[in-house]
Ligand binder design. Structure first.
Ligand SMILES: Cc1cc2nc3c(=O)[nH]c(=O)nc-3n(C[C@H](O)[C@H](O)[C@H](O)COP(=O)(O)OP(=O)(O)OC[C@H]3O[C@@H](n4cnc5c(N)ncnc54)[C@H](O)[C@@H]3O)c2cc1C
Length: 479
């Protein structure tokens, strides 16, 4: 299916991804004389830094993942399509995307690729079955089900007198002591010690053991030794066990094994494990590397030119977690500033103005929250910890959540969770917990399809479609 270029004769920018890089690039084109097509594999813009609050019942998924279409509804020069980009023909300037069993093709004059990164298990992908990562709404909802489910199952086991099972069900292991792991461990501990403290009759949720494991010698390595130590101290004061210098060597249904440098192997029996270590850039990085000759590093990030374009292709920009440049970290600000810069650069070219020069990243600092009222922040050389740091964290996150409605809902949920001990978002469905593994198990047998009368027939003859005149009907396949 070829998505017809509107006959505006204007420069057409295709953006891949609706995360921080893609969305902020798109908004920069507002009221400009260009056509923008945003293709993304999700229909929402995900605020990843708060995923752990969805997983631990503080926030609902809608609050941190507003519909991209709604966010951009007033920007009339943007068309939004759902699809997973699978190929980019850099010579023909064409992007191919897939949705279920249909294929779409988009022509571009300029391209911004902001497809982000996924979880990496460092070559041990089978760990994913037992220790879900934290990259998407699906991940957060699955983890929510697993975390609350572990307490429920422990109650059942306790009522039956199966105390060994209770111990492994109430042991939570978080792998990775970066910001996500620290935040996750802190929240599971708060859940056990405050929110759920009085909710059960056979178990005492305060007996839960929360373990944070990392191969590195300190927590929060990017924050430096001083703040790392303070964060560790705060976690330990909440009862979180911090195990450093421990390389995870195996994960199975009932536990996790790790090894120290001297070869000592330890096993922890734990049903609920969370993987918060390691990222791998979108496979589009490797694909673009092969097509343009740009270098791709071990994490799959593609080396970009100082203006974020690819060698020999000044019309292709790669921004955010997918790109590598001057050791910039994979954080939201790099993606936001990169997306905006790429858009500015394209607009300069379209208008015949001088290019903005090389991309310059302005580091606004880093922050991680440990528990309610406690966080660490690093802005330049200024290090802050405790309540003041937590207030800073609160302000910054509220500022970057998209939309007034989401901000308001977030503030109410935070007041309930942090001032009281309420967590309203504890609902988890069986599908959320089991669907990922069920789909994996089905393998090739899982073939969802979409029948769009007329549309697929058209695509076979490779004619452009007039989707605007005749809205297509999507039918669910009948057995
Ligand atoms: C749990 C967690 C916590 C974090 N906490 C912080 C924090 O506190 N502070 C901070 O600064 N950063 C944090 N980060 C990092 C930050 O979220 C990322 O650096 C940022 O999201 C990168 O933006 P991006 O646009 O490159 O990618 P993303 O925001 O990941 O967006 C990628 C987009 O591309 C789409 N996509 C992917 N593949 C395809 C494809 N093939 N075709 C079409 N679309 C595709 C996705 O659906 C998504 O819309 C955190 C990340 C995680 C996972």
């Amino acid at each position: 299916m070829e998505i017809e270029k509107k006959s505006t004769g204007r420069h057409r920018v295709v953006i891949v991804g609706s995360g921080f890089g893609g969305l902020f690039a798109a908004t920069k084109f507002k009221d400009e004389d260009v056509d923008v097509v945003l293709v993304s594999s999700t229909t929402h813009h995900l605020f990843q830094p708060l995923l752990y609050q969805v997983a631990t019942g503080i926030l609902s998924e809608g609050v941190i993942a507003p519909s991209t279409r709604e966010v951009l509804k007033k920007q009339k020069n943007v068309e939004i399509f759902i699809g997973t980009v699978t190929d980019i023909d850099v010579d023909a300037k064409r992007v191919t995307a897939e949705l279920l069993d249909s294929t779409q093709v988009y022509d571009y004059d300029s391209l911004i690729v902001a497809a982000g990164a996924g979880q990496s298990y460092f070559g041990n992908d089978h760990f994913a079955q037992f220790a879900p990562g934290m990259k998407s709404i699906d991940d957060a909802l699955e983890l929510r089900g697993r975390i609350f489910g572990a307490f429920e199952t422990a109650e059942l086991a306790a009522a039956a007198g199966q105390w060994d099972d209770v111990r492994s069900l109430l042991t939570f292991v978080v792998v990775g002591a970066g910001p996500t792991g620290v935040e996750m461990a802190g929240q599971i501990s708060e859940l056990a010690n405050r929110t759920l403290a009085d909710d059960f009759r056979h178990i005492n949720p305060k007996d839960a053991r929360v373990v944070l494991v990392d191969a590195a010698p300190q927590v929060l390595p990017p924050f430096g030794a001083n703040l790392g130590k303070k964060a560790q101290g705060q976690l330990e004061s909440m009862g979180v066990e911090v195990l450093l210098g421990q390389m995870v060597t195996n994960v199975d249904a009932t536990g996790i094994e790790m090894k120290t440098e001297d070869g000592t192997v330890t096993r922890i029996d734990s049903v609920c494990k969370v993987w918060a270590a390691g990222v791998a850039a979108s496979p589009l990085g490797k694909l673009l590397g092969e097509k343009t000759g740009a270098e791709v590093d071990r994490s799959g990030r593609i080396a970009v030119q100082p203006d974020l374009s690819l060698p020999g292709h000044p019309e292709i920009y790669v921004v955010g977690d997918m790109m590598s440049l001057n050791k910039l970290p994979g954080v939201a600000q790099v993606a936001i500033q990169g997306g905006r810069y790429a858009a500015t650069s394209i607009l300069a070219r379209v208008k015949g103005q001088p290019s903005p020069g090389p991309f310059k990243y302005f580091d606004k600092g880093s922050m991680a929250t440990i528990s309610r009222f406690s966080a660490v922040t690093k802005v330049g050389r200024l290090e802050t910890e405790g309540f003041i740091a937590w207030l800073m964290w609160l302000g910054v996150h509220l500022f970057y959540i998209i939309g007034f409605k989401s901000r308001l809902t977030t503030m109410i949920s935070w007041a309930l969770a942090f001032l009281g001990d309420n967590r309203d978002e504890r609902t988890a469905t069986e599908q959320q917990v089991h669907a990922r593994l069920a789909i994996d198990e089905l393998g090739d047998k899982y073939r969802p399809s979409v029948e769009v009368p007329g549309l697929l027939a058209e695509s076979k003859t490779n004619h452009a479609i007039e989707a605007k005149d005749e809205p297509a009907q999507i039918e669910t396949p009948k057995n």
